[in-house]
Design a protein around this ligand. Structure first.
Ligand code: BEZ
Ligand code: FE
Length: 287
């Protein structure tokens, strides 16, 4: 029998976890054990600190539900989500870069036609966001679904508002034969990530800015192409250089140009001033 000491415990734990039947699981678990033990040694973790951390993790689980994903938020604010995204989407520099999914995507958004309004009369400045979905060679990608979601002008998603159950400010738009799309919505606002939970408690003890710049989310999953989860950010928005979840990239910043009342990109007319943004998404073919 090998007795446990402070010096051999890491190797003993690594040997146990190396027995996982799946070699990748064995690799993940043994590396996790090594790094956790190194962390505890480096900071000389006390029992009180470890108990506080366990209680924090417990609260993170308890506050999570089908509308609130506090563990995703944790990963986002630690920069881990964005690191994993970047390592797994090393795309051609001409392709639209990927960013974090975030906790607010839901399945089953309504399907809307070209330039149909996904804001359903909510107050806000009308925004027409349009362009072409194409591949690296410039060929249009037709009949592709753009799954779009955003916060309202108060910076809130429906899951954060008590008494709202139905989906809002989300839609699926399909590209036309020439690859063009047009999203009709209202201008989003930058917003604070949920601060009323364990992540907020922790951030509140730092100088970290807990805001995200104004953005709209896109999920574009077309067979044969690398799936793209990304956002577009409004040029000039506050917090572009301090996004709390590290999601901003220069290539994803787009101008929202001010337009006078008059003709809109869908051939209609706006009675009020509106905003226009043009953006071409570029997909990379799967290897
Ligand atoms: C979001 O943009 O929806 C989001 C992303 C990460 C954390 C919180 C919110
Ligand atoms: Fe968002």
């Amino acid at each position: 029998m090998q007795l446990v000491t402070e010096d051999n415990i890491t190797e003993l734990a690594v040997q146990r976890w190396a027995t996982a039947g799946d070699p990748r699981l064995a690799e993940l678990m043994t590396a996790l054990v090594r790094h956790l033990h190194d962390f505890a040694r480096e900071v000389r973790l006390t029992e009180a600190e470890w108990m506080a951390a366990v209680q924090w993790l417990t609260r993170t689980g308890q506050i999570s539900n089908d509308k609130r994903e506090e563990f995703i938020l944790t990963s986002d604010v630690l920069g881990l989500s964005m690191l994993v995204v970047q390592m797994n989407h090393r795309l051609d520099p001409r392709a639209t870069p990927a960013t974090v999914l975030g906790p607010f995507h839901i399945e089953g958004s309504p399907e809307l036609g070209y330039a149909e309004d996904m804001s359903e009369g909510l107050p806000g400045t009308p925004l027409y966001l349009h362009g072409t979905l194409r591949d690296l060679e410039g060929n249009p990608v037709p009949n592709a679904v753009l799954d779009v979601w955003q916060a309202d002008t108060e910076g809130a998603y429906e899951s954060q508002i008590p008494d709202i159950d139905e989906a809002r400010l989300r839609a699926k738009y399909t590209t036309r034969e020439d690859g063009t799309y047009c999203v009709r919505t209202i201008a989003p606002l930058g917003y604070a990530i949920p601060m009323d939970g364990p992540v907020g408690d922790l951030i509140g003890r730092t100088e970290i800015s807990y805001f995200r710049p104004a953005h709209i989310h896109f999920l574009i999953n077309v067979p044969g192409y690398e799936p793209l989860i990304t956002h577009l950010f409004q040029e000039g928005s506050d917090y572009l250089d301090s996004d709390v979840v590290f999601g901003t990239k220069q290539e994803l910043v787009t101008a929202f140009e001010e337009r006078e009342p008059g003709p809109t990109p869908d051939g209609g007319t706006s009675d009020v001033p509106w905003l226009e943004s043009t953006y071409d998404f570029v997909l990379q073919k799967q290897a």
